[in-house]
Design a protein around this ligand. Structure first.
Ligand SMILES: Cc1cc2nc3c(=O)[nH]c(=O)nc-3n(C[C@H](O)[C@H](O)[C@H](O)COP(=O)(O)O)c2cc1C
Length: 216
């Protein structure tokens, strides 16, 4: 069982990366081989709309024709038994880099002739983690659940299943005194000490579930 995880934050030690790392620990403990890809390390763009992956006479099904640093990663995704994508919320949705990755990793598997039959060769479980600044009370008013569910449902459609995990009210800085902010600094610190470890534990459990493979 090989789990591939993707950190869609430019920061390699902060909230998203920490959640992803805990999920990887859970997967490792459950016996999975794991690989972490920091998406911001790679030089790639989103889908170029070349439609090579939709040509009737194409040699390979489910393969993106774009040759860049994401290509070998996409080749490994094809062999993976589980996927995990973590992203910070930027302007109410995934970071731009995560969005570009999701286009590239999914579109070749989208079967235009039969939407219910993905071109991905088998069914695998996936996980989707979002970390965000806003507290839970603002999720609905800002319309976030609709966005998160849309991305979750696309991953489930393309790969088999997808579980969503949220970490809210994250700390953006280690020292709020050094940056402009309207937040209650003490409440942020409390949240980080009390809630974030619970979120990390939930990520660890998600990793362990992904390591069990596709459960239907
Ligand atoms: C460009 C930018 C846009 C952001 N937009 C939002 C947003 O719309 N909603 C939100 O809740 N948090 C927003 N945030 C905060 C991050 O989502 C949050 O701090 C996240 O946990 C950061 O993840 P990281 O620590 O892994 O980088 C934004 C941060 C940045 C840098």
């Amino acid at each position: 069982m090989k789990l591939m995880a993707f950190n869609g934050s430019p920061r390699k030690k902060w909230n998203t990366a920490t959640m992803v790392e805990h999920a990887l620990e859970g997967a490792r403990e459950a016996g999975a081989e794991v690989e972490l890809v920091n998406l911001y390390d790679l030089d790639f763009k989103g889908c170029s709309s070349c439609f090579a992956c939709k040509r009737l006479n194409r040699k390979e099904i489910g393969v993106c024709a774009v040759k860049d640093e994401l290509k070998p990663v996409l080749e490994r995704v094809r062999e993976a038994d589980a996927l995990l994508v973590g992203s910070p919320v930027y302007y109410g949705t995934e970071s731009a880099c995560t969005r570009a990755f999701l286009e590239r990793v999914q579109f070749p598997y989208l079967n235009y002739a039969d939407y219910d039959n993905s071109h991905f060769p088998r069914k695998i479980p996936t996980g989707l983690i979002y970390t965000m600044n806003v507290p839970e009370s603002l999720l609905e008013p800002l319309g976030y659940p609709v966005t998160f569910e849309r991305t979750r449902a696309f991953l489930a459609r393309h790969f088999g299943s997808c579980e969503l995990l949220l970490s809210m009210n994250t700390s953006q800085y280690s020292d709020y005194d050094k940056y402009e902010t309207g937040f209650d600094k003490e409440a942020k610190a409390r949240q980080h000490e009390e809630q974030f470890p619970k979120d990390c534990q939930a990520a660890r459990e998600l990793g362990a579930r992904l390591a069990k493979g596709y459960q239907g």
